[in-house]
Design a protein around this ligand. Sequence first.
Ligand code: F6R
Length: 616
Amino acid sequence: MCGIVGYVGSQKASTILLEGLKRLEYRGYDSAGLAVQQNGRLELARKVGRVENLVKEAAKHRFTGTTGICHTRWATHGGVTEANAHPHLSSDGKIALVHNGVIENYAAIKKFLLPKGYAFKSETDTEVLSNLIAYHYAKEPTIAGQSRFLESVRKALRHVEGTYGIAVLCLDCTGEIVAARKGSPLILGVGDKEYILASDVSALVSRTQNVVYLKDGEVVHVTPKQFFISTLDQEDVSPVVDQVTWTIDAAEMNGYAHFMEKEIFEQPAALENSMRGRFSEDGSTAKFGGLNLGPVDFRQIDRFVFLGCGTAWHSCLVAEHLIERFARVPVEVDYASEFRYRNAPLSGNPLFFVMSQSGETIDTLGALREAQRKGYKVLAVNNTVGSTIAREADGGIYQHVGPEIGVASTKAFTSQLLIGAMLALHVARMRDMSFADGVEFVSALKKAPDLVREALKQAGHIKAVAKRFSKYNDMLFLGRLSLFPIALEGALKLKEISYIHAEGYPAAEMKHGPIALINEQCPSVFFAPQGEIFNKVVSSMQEVKARKGLVIAIITEGCELPPGLADEVITIPDCHEAVLPIVATIPVQLLSYYIACERGCDVDKPRNLAKSVTVE
Ligand code: F6R
């Protein structure tokens, strides 16, 4: 949430900052601003609304300086106004700061600073921090061999409670940025005679593939010729320079109307990448390089606990179904945000998994830390190399689906479903699953990309269905067993990008309450795959029809519905139980996408949302 970019080099900073900021806009988009050092001043431009508004505003300023910072905001403290937009300048004009996170003790700091003459123009917690740094800068005597600027940032941060990723400019320190993190991501790009700081790799990958992932509690001091990393307690840190494995092309729209559309259609390739090299040579099981656990450890596990938020929590629910079904090991699923506070009793030898596309979701990170604090191992399924969750977990599985930029998760979700199925196989083969069943399972999983390609061919038909159903304001999504979580996901996708009220339910639960909602104005989307529950789902459809409800049926090939029962039918390929949730996701992603387009919604940047939720 909130995007930060900083630049130190020889090029015009504003051009590079705004280019980076556009790529970070998915992290927050209610206001944006930048500050550039030039002509002995810290020159600011800020604007409410999208980065595009800031670009127009910046053009009026004729920025020429080569050092600067910028920010795109997702409001926490203070409304969406220009005064609350970042950067925030200290009242003595010495310090400009951009911030991602929440300063929890801002009121106490403000109380401390007010009698000392510091003034505040915004309602934000961030302005308090810029003034606190200015306060330490003003009273800090120059220490030989140390930067007064660096030291004043360190001193201020030692008094801060909460989370931050910050980048700071100082009026007196031309060509320098000090940046620090605790709980919010920050990456330093090491370019050719230039440095780029960003809260996300996508903002800097067009200029360099060499990056240093800062850790919590670290501070980096960037000057035109070098950078220096230390801790808040002045301990030097040796930097590790990593290589980003994808190029800027992966973060382009490449002819699609939206990133969400592109990412939906990328799913066959994304699934191939998630499974590549992850099957045993005899083709009977899945293998993962980074779990740091052997078969003996796995055999001793008495329970899995899966934690995640939002869409990732839905993939945990599918993993629960598949692991319990095929490996016969009990699984618990919890919202990460609930787990971290509810102090749940745990069994003797559980293994934790956290699922997170971004690897920065603060609730998931909090849950991971809570489980580790209690002495448990936590593995992560995660799409972002170098993310905080990836680094703090005891092992894990990278998804390898490339950057996901649409705020609504799509390809990361189906990749998590695939990895959940592969985990079920991995554990099952260490327990009761036979070689032959393992071979059959592997061959089914390998078909997933082609089956998704097949399901995507329904796009034209689904677009027409979406046109017909785009005017409704309520919708139910109903599924059973492993498709109940897909019903939840379908409802979430629809509500977050089209603002239609939608609910997901186990189909049989409908008659225990939600049936009261059914009338001509509340359509229902049913998942009715071939198999033991097909007839039961058909009965639920009949109950809806009997109450004049409209039915969209998602069925697998070969199923036959009673004539007239469904108002629209979407057919997906028939497939193995482990692959079904993946294939069944495609029509509900497309339905939500096309309905949102039909309603004229901003699909990639839905209101009030932002990618990567780094505040509680
Ligand atoms: C919905 C969506 C969110 C995320 C959730 C967790 O489309 O994208 O619900 O799934 O915020 O995010 P990650 O997976 O990054 O931890």
